[in-house]
Design a protein around this ligand. Structure first.
Ligand code: NAD
Length: 311
């Protein structure tokens, strides 16, 4: 890739895609080259908010105008949108979860590998300053607890809450535990959709670490918290407010300290990191391998929940 500005595009400029478009327009070394949406009126609206950037009338036209593209369509369409873009030679940032089946994940992985293209998966918390801190402070986690609660919103309900929200914490737990998952125990309840809207999963890792993940998308309040227990410390952090504290035993007493975190817009950090990987042909922090492993764990949790409904 030359040192010229990277031509960036967005496929699907709904709630989240509009922010991808704005950030590509703002990032140094990048140009918002075009947007595309199945709803042309929405594409025109987002173009107008971004200095009237070009609106592609097909996916193929989008690919011809761009070096890199964010796929921000509903989750069940990620694969069918991503494959033709990879065939046209575009590097992709595919929103989380990577796709909805292991077969689709294999198709995307193989297409990217054959074409030598960068594919990053939009596990945004990995670019949150909270995760940056956890990656340095967590050395030997024994127990991880994550709570992610959100009020109901019809967006995202094409999949269950495990693929929609728990996927974030599965990715976080996989990264922090840094060990293969050996056992999964799940429970889930459907409240407002035909999928699970509330779920709990307990993941056991080969190194003995256990992660207990709780999610709801029918909650009154919004929560995105993680707590990590290890031999020398207990860490409690909040992804939403980018704050947290650390408790350590010192001289037989417990010492609590606030964790100094420099706030940042995680999506901006994520997209800047993606462009840097494209520029330098580097493997992204959240590559297809992590995206695919997180998806496989999420699909097993979903399978267990649905199987329990048959009993
Ligand atoms: P949305 O419904 O608001 O937007 C989706 C957009 O895609 C719509 O404008 C729709 O018209 C368009 N679209 C539908 N089919 C298309 C196609 N074939 N080609 C091009 N455009 C098409 O949904 P959203 O909330 O923005 O979610 C989009 C994706 O982003 C989902 O995968 C979701 O999981 C993910 N997401 C991630 C986060 C995060 O924290 N990383 C947050 C929200 C959403």
């Amino acid at each position: 890739m030359s040192s010229d500005s990277i031509r960036c595009g967005v496929a699907g400029v709904g709630y989240l895609g509009q922010h991808h478009a704005r950030i590509y327009r703002e990032l140094p070394g990048a140009t918002l080259a075009a947007v595309f949406d199945a709803n042309p009126a929405r594409a025109a609206e987002i173009s107008a908010l971004n200095h009237n950037c070009p609106v592609a009338s097909t996916l193929e036209e989008l690919a011809s105008l761009c070096d890199v593209i964010s796929v921000v369509t509903p989750t069940d369409l990620h694969c069918q949108v991503a494959l033709p873009l990879l065939a046209k030679g575009c590097h992709l940032l595919i929103e989380k979860p990577l796709c909805v089946t292991t077969e689709e994940a294999v198709l995307i992985t193989d297409a990217a590998r054959k074409a030598g293209l960068v594919v990053q998966v939009g596990h945004i918390e990995h670019y949150n300053p909270v995760m940056g801190y956890l990656e340095t402070a967590v050395t030997k986690p024994r127990y991880i607890v994550a709570d992610r609660l959100a009020p109901f919103n019809p967006r995202g309900t094409e999949v269950g809450v495990v693929l929609d929200l728990m996927i974030h914490d599965i990715g976080v737990a996989l990264q922090l535990a840094n060990s293969p998952v050996t056992r999964i125990d799940s429970v889930g309840v459907s409240v407002l959709t035909r999928h699970e809207d509330i779920a709990n999963a307990r993941l056991t890792f080969a190194n003995g670490c256990v992660a207990n993940l709780n999610v709801s998308r029918v909650s009154e309040k919004k929560v995105r918290e993680v707590r990590v227990f290890q031999d020398n410390a207990y860490l409690s952090l909040d992804f939403m407010n980018q704050s947290g504290h650390l408790v350590r035993r010192e001289g037989g007493k417990l010492n609590k300290e606030e964790i100094p975190l420099e706030k940042a817009e995680p999506l901006k950090v994520e997209l800047a990191s993606f462009l840097e990987c494209v520029r330098r042909s580097k493997v992204p922090k959240v590559d297809v391998t992590l995206g695919r492993t997180a998806l496989e764990v999420a699909l097993e949790i979903t399978r267990q929940i649905h199987a329990s409904w048959q009993k």
